[in-house]
Design a protein around this ligand. Structure first.
Ligand code: ZN
Length: 364
């Protein structure tokens, strides 16, 4: 029996989102139907809205919900289970099957597609690999942002970069993803933790979440400020001057300018005695970059990417829920705005205009 659902659809031609009532099919063998409590609203969806499309698109990739129906081959969840939905396969290391993207038929016959999942809907259907079982006692709203923002930011620090106690860390862009990176850096006892943004309110927020220093890049040259904060007289450079620059710099935005800034923001290495710093790209880039290859070569710096924070949701989501319970990850503060599904165009405009201090969610 089909399941009724209210779904946000991005038409192929226009950028205005529509909320459409339709029917979801019964789950295929590896699919799960989830009635949702809340979904996050992420910058990636803005990119989708601005890029050309070959079909109508269904969006959103982080949520909380309860399982309504499961396919015949699904064993890790059952009807009534509380779950988080995410866009990273929950157990890719131990699964040979590639999860299937989802398509749904719109009234009128057009097919709307998602690359992996869609959570801008009161009810969704997805491959079981994107559905993570959690305790029924979780906060059903704010934990919706674990499935992208928290995983991407915290995972980049913890897994991709493997930041250790005492490492110096710079985070460019402190929205939902960047703040999650700040929290992970603090939890792992990095020091200093330097937040860089153009928005004074976001920087104040970052300090509350554990940033030890903040730099407003609209007022100060961030590279010079970072170098001043991270000068280490005990480390050598090729020129014999004290080494300056962070051990790790994370770009949680993905703009050309910030992607290029994270390389000079990290420190120089020294001939096998000291490795250079690591620049980590976390935000989704929309352009290519021009990097100073000589700086990377001579100073043995690394420029690496982090997708979904190198997370394995089955392993990591439980931990992020524990961080929330322990007060380390203040999701109640991180979720700063709530919208209904009918306010979705208002929500995306607010995000576009920089009016969301932390992360916005849609509550169903
Ligand atoms: Zn996202």
């Amino acid at each position: 029996m089909p399941t009724p659902a209210k779904v946000v659809v991005l038409p192929q031609e226009e950028g205005v989102l529509e909320v459409i009532d339709l029917e979801l099919p019964d789950p295929g063998p590896h699919q799960v139907v989830v009635k949702q409590y809340a979904s996050g609203i992420c910058h990636s969806q803005l990119h989708q809205m601005h890029n050309p499309r070959v079909s109508p698109v269904i969006l959103g990739h982080e949520s909380t919900g309860i399982v309504l129906k499961v396919g015949s081959e699904v064993t890790h969840v059952t009807e009534g289970d509380t779950v988080l939905v995410t866009w990273v396969p929950r157990d890719a290391a131990n699964t040979s099957r590639v999860p299937n993207p989802v398509e749904i038929e719109l009234p009128g016959g057009d097919i709307a597609k998602a690359g992996n999942v869609f959570t801008w809907a009161d009810t969704t259907i997805s491959d079981e690999q994107y559905v993570v079982k959690v305790s029924p006692d979780i906060n059903k709203e704010v934990t919706a942002i674990i499935g992208c923002a928290v995983m991407t930011g915290a995972g980049a620090v913890e897994h991709t970069a493997a930041v250790k106690e005492g490492d110096s860390v710079v985070i460019f862009g402190v929205g939902g993803v960047g703040l999650s990176a700040v929290v992970a850096a603090r939890t792992l006892n990095a020091n200093p933790i330097i937040a860089v943004d153009l928005d004074a309110e976001k920087l104040k927020f970052a300090a509350q979440f554990g940033a030890t220093h903040t730099i407003n890049a609209s007022e100060t040259d961030p590279i010079r400020a970072i170098r001043e904060l991270t000068t280490d007289p005990d480390k050598r450079s090729m020129r014999g001057t004290p080494v300056a620059g962070a051990d790790f710099a994370f770009d949680c935005i993905g703009l050309k300018q910030t992607m290029e800034q994270i390389v000079p923001a990290v420190r120089n290495g020294f001939f096998g005695a000291e490795p250079g710093g690591t620049a980590v790209l976390v935000g989704v880039p929309q352009t290519t970059v021009e990097l100073n290859a000589a700086d990377i070569l001579v100073n043995e710096k690394k420029f690496i990417g982090s997708i979904g924070g190198s997370c394995s949701p089955d392993r990591d989501f439980r931990k992020y829920l524990e961080w929330y319970d322990q007060g380390l990850l203040d999701l109640d503060a991180l979720v700063t705005e709530r919208f209904s599904i009918d306010q979705i165009n208002e929500a995306t405009s607010a995000l576009e205009n920089g009016e969301i201090a932390g992360r916005a969610i849609m509550v169903f």
